[in-house]
Write a protein that binds this ligand. Structure first.
Ligand code: CP
Ligand code: NVA
Length: 303
């Protein structure tokens, strides 16, 4: 099989490719806003496979394909043969003969790795237990739009060391900014991961991680697939809410980010997420534009 370019982790792209995507997304977004067509994906079909719930990911990929002149097909494991035990490898063979690109939201990273190995077309990670690379593309694109290059900046992650956090970790190393992480005891990033990444710093105290940050960001305390731990997590994370006091520790012009959906009164106070420093709606919108650039790049290369 010919070598296909997948996007399963953020580090599947080089700095050069990421910079290209940020530049291209800016053009695609401006074109779209001024009713200029970017129909580079005319006749192409994206298949989206969901094993977990989604609002933004589904909508941004589906609308994005339409805006590029193509189509998107939605499958979920509940009503496709994937939910009845058809091997991932077989599904990949078939689905990739009927489509041009595939986006998958699933549990273990291993599932998309196995799918990708058997796919004739590019596979995009739309969130796994381990990573959420499309989200971090959108977040960094949003930062660049608002503040310019992220290199040398300081990002503070407050909360669970989950899929979104682990993707920030990869981004910090790749794009050379600092990531200051604070998680409750028992939820820390594994020591070997920290040790192998010079751009990441871990703190017991969330206020210390937040100090002088350019971006203050968090996510739900309980990710999809971990619902049985919810009660315990509510107790364990109680001191890790991003509130007004915490955002005041960050730089004066710091941006607050959250991949959404958010729980006001848990990981973030209403005052912060609905406040002047919050860019959560722009982040959500930018999923659309950066993913259009990503889809185009995986299918056609640089334009
Ligand atoms: N941020 C994000 O991926 O949102 P959805 O779960 O709604 O897709
Ligand atoms: N960490 C969250 C992100 C949701 C977009 C989850 O995996 O549920």
């Amino acid at each position: 099989m010919e070598k296909v370019k997948h996007f399963l982790k953020l580090v599947d792209l080089s700095i050069d490719e990421l910079s290209y995507l940020f530049d291209r997304a800016k053009i695609i977004k401006a074109n779209y806003k001024s009713y200029k067509k970017t129909w580079t994906l005319e006749d192409r079909t994206l298949v989206m496979i969901f094993e977990k719930a989604s609002t933004r990911t589904r909508l941004s990929f589906e609308a994005g394909m339409n805006q590029m002149g193509g189509n998107a097909v939605y499958l979920n494991t509940r009503d496709s043969q994937l939910g009845r035990g058809e091997p991932v490898e077989d599904a990949a063979q078939v689905i990739s003969r009927m489509s041009d690109v595939v986006m998958i939201r699933t549990f273990e990273q291993d599932i998309i790795e196995r799918f990708a190995k058997n796919s004739r077309v590019p596979v995009i990670n739309g969130l796994t237990n381990e990573y959420h690379p499309c989200q971090i593309l959108a977040d960094i694109f949003t930062f660049i739009e608002k503040r310019g290059p992220i290199q040398g900046k300081k990002v503070a992650w407050i909360g669970d060391s989950n899929n979104v956090c682990m993707t920030w970790l990869q981004a910090a190393e790749l794009l050379d900014f600092e990531l200051h992480v604070s998680t409750p005891k028992g939820y820390e990033i594994e020591a070997d991961v920290i040790d192998s990444n010079d751009n990441v710093f871990q703190y017991d105290e969330p206020m210390k991680a937040a100090k002088d940050a350019d971006i203050l960001t968090t996510d739900v305390w309980t990710s999809m697939g971990f619902e049985s731990e919810n009660k315990e997590r509510l107790k364990d994370f109680a001191n890790w809410q991003v509130d007004k006091k915490m955002i005041n520790e960050a730089k004066k012009d710091a941006l607050f980010m959250h991949c959404l959906p958010a729980h006001r009164g848990e990981e973030v106070s209403g005052e912060v997420i609905d406040g002047a420093q919050s860019v959560v709606w722009e982040e959500a919108e930018n999923r659309l534009h950066i993913q259009k650039a990503l889809l185009e790049y995986l299918l056609l290369g640089k334009q």
